[in-house]
Design a protein around this ligand. Structure first.
Ligand SMILES: [Zn+2]
Length: 213
């Protein structure tokens, strides 16, 4: 038996106007490196990806489940059928939530978000390898572990700076650290796409970025 999804949307003109807030899991597929795992790009109800970094992707099982729970519309499908002894179906390659999920504005102070704010770059020398964290005002001088006082730093710079202030160490920060907004983090995240991007995802990933250049 081949399952067909009713009302597969083929054009962006048919955007749903449903707004509201639903509980939503955010444990996305981190590495869609193999096209054979049939990941589905998850869009918000406004047809923008729910998350850029990590890119919001579901496994095909999660996507199918959401379809049957009526939580998403299928925008595109993979051409190939997934076959099992009892069933064969086309996995969705792009789905859109029926209810709009408001993006988080509060940005959690996590290692990952801090690296993301600093674009995975040492804030002293600009290198991208071997990153760790540095307290701008050292902890021994009362420096707190918070957005305004912690930056990504390579281990060389971290060692060189040690328990000194930036001035004492004769170093300079590329920019003053502060708490990023959710929007700022999402914009940085868009520049770090995963290795594999299915062709049907491209319309939804970069159609709004060209305007900026
Ligand atoms: Zn460095």
């Amino acid at each position: 038996m081949v399952l067909q999804f009713p009302g597969v949307r083929r054009s962006k003109e048919e955007m749903p106007a449903a707004f509201g807030v639903v509980n939503f899991r955010t444990g996305f597929v981190r590495d869609p490196s193999s096209p054979s795992n049939y990941s589905a790009l998850v869009l918000n109800a406004d047809y923008r990806p729910l998350s850029y970094f990590p890119l919001s992707l579901w496994t095909w099982r999660e996507a199918i489940k959401a379809v049957y729970l009526d939580r998403v519309d299928v925008i595109y499908e993979y051409d190939r059928l997934i076959r099992s002894p009892s069933i064969s179906l086309r996995a969705p390659s792009v789905v859109a939530l029926r209810n709009y999920v408001r993006p988080l504005e509060a940005t959690a102070f996590t290692r990952f978000n801090l690296f993301l704010r600093d674009e995975f770059t040492c804030q002293y020398c600009g290198s991208r390898g071997d990153l760790t964290f540095d307290h701008v005002v050292p902890r021994s001088l009362g420096g707190k572990t918070e957005w305004n006082n912690v930056v990504a730093a390579c281990s060389t710079c971290n060692l060189r700076k040690g328990a000194k202030t930036v001035t004492e160490a004769k170093m300079a920060l590329m920019r003053k650290p502060r708490r990023p907004t959710g929007e700022e983090l999402r914009n940085v995240g868009r520049r770090f796409p995963p290795n594999h991007l299915h062709e049907t995802w491209l319309d939804f990933l970069y159609w709004d970025t060209e305007l900026e250049s």
